[in-house]
Design a protein around this ligand. Structure first.
Ligand SMILES: CSC[C@H]1O[C@H](OP(=O)(O)O)[C@H](O)[C@@H]1O
Length: 356
């Protein structure tokens, strides 16, 4: 495909020895290291610790993970083999609660297992059925990303300034990403986008991963602190916002990385289009609205003690570091002064309070 090169980010793959290797994203951007994961426990830890992360990538990792873990099941009875696979699947489903792709992929895998079981095949053939379903989920993910790239690019124009939050790129999928996919396709077609990437505290997926990917692809990317997004919008530098998602409820409420709501509120205020790039595998019709989406609670150490080790931003990515921003009077309820509380219209109130 036109932007195959982007896949070089290579989130995970089965190697020639049929082992699952995962790019350990907690080491990026400083180090690219692939780690083998062979057991359900290792897959669970890799997902929970965000060594592999991003809704689509989590789904593909769980699918491959269930397959490779099934190779550890020493069981000749097909029924007992399936029971143990289902136990592993239920265990993996508990690694992280918000990204619906995790359970979606595992349900796909169990469906393939059930079909093969119904055919009365032995455990080795059941394992092969798991492998083929994982490969199918992987192939589909790559195609879905490219389709999102094509559909997303129809909404964008050459030279646009774009803002994104967290990482919804090649590193969050096994293809060219979701929110970053239209950016990659635009890059390939000379759109000349200027991308602003929120660092995305506390785990810095924007600074560490989005900037890494986009700089590596030659995209003009500037890392900003999360608290700068509104200011950059106010300066007229953002024409559209593109974000990923982890689960979209039946009414369209979308769960995404913490901080996305703030970006959406600012975009709304400045009349900037806010696009959520959502594979249909991330749509959850069984979830009526956002209030029903399970929100993962993580260890506070991620706020208090982690990550701030250089490099946090990939070489090649720019940074923008204004020390202040301006809040428009239309957003201010009152000015509290020593001479009293001033209410809008502030021009008249300020003139009055300063009058000798
Ligand atoms: C393309 S889905 C990416 C989605 O996943 C990220 O969360 P995490 O890094 O914790 O897995 C974030 O919400 C991204 O938008």
């Amino acid at each position: 495909m036109e932007i195959d090169a982007v896949y070089e980010a290579g989130t995970l793959y089965l190697d020639e020895r049929d082992e699952l290797l995962i790019l350990d994203q907690t080491l990026l951007p400083g180090e690219r290291r692939y780690i083998p994961v062979k057991t359900a426990q290792e897959v669970w830890q890799a997902i929970y610790q965000l060594k592999v992360r991003g809704a689509p990538a989590i789904g593909v990792a769980a699918a491959y993970g269930l397959y490779v873990a099934s190779k550890n099941i020493e069981e000749n009875d097909a029924g007992k083999f399936c029971d143990k696979v289902r136990e592993m699947s239920a265990y993996l489903a508990g690694a992280r609660p918000t990204a619906v792709n995790l359970t979606w992929a595992l349900e796909r895998m169990e469906g393939a297992l059930n079909l093969a079981r119904a055919a009365g095949v032995p455990p080795q053939a059941l394992r092969q059925a798991l492998k083929e379903e994982a490969l199918a989920i992987h192939r589909e993910d790559r195609q879905v990303c490219f389709s999102i790239a094509q559909n997303g690019l129809t909404l964008l124009k050459k030279g646009m300034g774009l803002l994104t939050h967290c990482n919804a790129g090649a590193l969050a999928t096994t293809g060219c990403g979701t929110a970053l996919a239209p950016i990659y396709l635009g890059q390939a077609r000379g759109y000349g986008f200027r991308v602003f990437a929120d660092e995305t505290r506390p785990l810095l997926q924007g600074a560490r991963l989005t900037a890494y990917e986009l700089a590596d692809a030659g995209v003009d990317v500037t890392v900003i602190c999360d608290n700068m997004a509104a200011s950059v919008m106010a300066q007229g530098r953002i024409d559209a916002v593109l974000v990923g998602c982890d689960r979209v409820a039946a009414n369209g409420d979308a769960a995404n990385k913490i901080g996305t709501l703030s970006v959406a509120l600012a975009a709304k205020h400045y009349g900037i289009p806010f696009y959520v790039c959502a594979p249909t595998s991330t749509l959850d019709p069984a979830c009526p609205d956002g209030a029903q989406i399970p929100i993962e609670q993580r260890d506070g150490a991620e706020i208090a003690q982690m990550w701030y080790r250089a490099p946090m931003v990939a070489e090649g990515a720019k940074t923008y570091n204004p020390a202040f921003d301006v809040t428009g009077h239309e957003l201010i309820t009152a000015l509290i002064t020593e001479k009293g509380v001033l209410y809008p219209p502030f021009d008249r109130a300020i003139a009055a309070v300063l009058r000798p």
